[in-house]
Design a protein around this ligand. Structure first.
Ligand SMILES: [Zn+2]
Length: 100
């Protein structure tokens, strides 16, 4: 990955904070996962490595049943980011997401 991870994490944290502020997105909880893949030659096998991630898991309770969805870095997150900006012009202003 060429993208700076701290930068992505910052953008994502800001994004989720904004998503949580919207009524439609308030249901459920988002948990963060770090995962070790178990390969001994992988970077994550080192003790000081937190594991692969973070992976965002979105747990939503629908009709008494809990559903979990992954929120990976990628098109889906980018799409959510665009939708937040389209629906709330100005919401992202002043945050690190406003790069203009
Ligand atoms: Zn690994």
């Amino acid at each position: 990955m060429d993208q700076s991870l701290p930068d992505l994490e910052l953008r994502r944290n800001n994004l989720f904070r904004q998503l949580e502020g919207l009524g439609d997105f308030r249901r459920g909880t988002i948990s963060v996962n770090y995962r070790k893949c178990g390969k001994s030659n992988c970077a994550c096998a080192r003790k000081d490595h937190p594991g692969h991630g973070p992976q965002y898991l979105w747990n939503v309770s629908v009709g008494g049943k809990t559903q979990a969805r992954n929120l990976p870095i990628g098109p889906e997150l980018e799409k959510a980011e665009r939708e937040v900006e389209a629906a709330n012009p100005g919401l992202l202003r002043g945050s690190s997401l406003a790069t203009k």
